[in-house]
Design a protein around this ligand. Structure first.
Ligand code: SAH
Length: 250
């Protein structure tokens, strides 16, 4: 079981597999007012940067589930590097349908909401692992401007315009699902560049080291086309953010 190999290649040097800067990840951790020993579940935990740095900075404990063998291994290495391997655990598995045995204070899915068919389904899934009074974190794209055509939406790697909402609609939809939005950290165009442009150098270096690999042609073609796609589409039209939600009580 693994994710398509192209992602393990192009994102092998990323610590955060999203347009969230290390600074904004830290801002988010501080904004949530996490208590020492708080339990965090992270579905699609990638290379584990959120759990590992929050374990170091706020004393949280937690579990991350991710389908990439490489990212999960990197997460474990990062935990030892930061000296938090007794606080965090990384499991290589499919997170679809995952509900934790022990309920958690924070249940998160940052940039992998397809595991439950979109953000609404993912909120429903995460809610099943949540303690009363706990918080759900959803990392999700939104349209900065509506794309002028379906072609531009596909250029943003969306299936169609309807895959994402504009920010006021996304926020309104959390309310309709019965949640209060209690915090958020949004990313900007420079943050997108850190996520996307970092892939280009990784792909270039990988191509030099693996010219005869069966994916060399695909990586070559991506390295040629991705910068223009990114600046014409994703950078211009897509926003991204992490939204902290609590079930409405009144
Ligand atoms: N939350 C992390 C990673 C986001 S990228 C971060 O912010 O850095 C999306 C992640 O979802 C990748 O690490 C990918 O391996 C993982 N993934 C994709 N499908 C998955 C699935 N079905 N179950 C678990 N993880 C999955």
């Amino acid at each position: 079981m693994d994710i398509p190999r192209i992602f393990n290649i192009s994102e092998s040097a990323h610590r955060i597999h999203n347009p969230l800067s290390p600074g904004k990840l830290a801002t988010l951790g501080a904004a949530l007012r996490l208590e020492q020993g708080a339990r965090v579940l992270d579905l699609g935990s990638g290379s584990g940067e959120m759990l590992c740095t929050w374990a170091r900075d706020h004393g949280i404990v937690g579990t991350g589930i991710d389908m990439s063998r490489l990212f999960t291994e990197q997460a474990r290495l990062r935990a030892s590097e930061l000296g938090v391997e007794r606080q965090v655990k990384f499991v290589h598995d499919d997170a679809a349908g995952y509900v934790s045995e022990e309920k958690v204070d924070v249940a998160a899915c940052l940039g992998a909401t397809w595991i439950a068919g979109g953000f609404a389904g993912t909120i429903e899934l995460l809610a099943q692992s949540l303690k009363p009074g706990g918080m759900i974190l959803i990392g999700e794209p939104w349209w900065r401007h509506l794309p002028p055509s379906e072609e531009v939406a596909r250029g943003c790697l969306a299936g169609s315009i309807s895959d994402f909402l504009v920010l006021p609609e996304l926020i309104a939809s959390f309310g309709r699902l019965g949640y209060d939005l209690v915090e958020m950290v949004l990313t900007n165009q420079d943050d997108w560049d850190r996520y996307e442009a970092a892939k280009w150098l990784t792909m270039r270096r990988w191509l030099e080291a693996n010219p005869d690999d069966e994916l060399a042609e695909e990586v070559r073609s991506k390295l040629s086309s991705e910068p223009a796609r990114h600046v014409a589409c994703t950078r211009e039209y897509l926003g991204w953010g992490v939204f902290a939600l609590m079930p409405r009580i009144a």
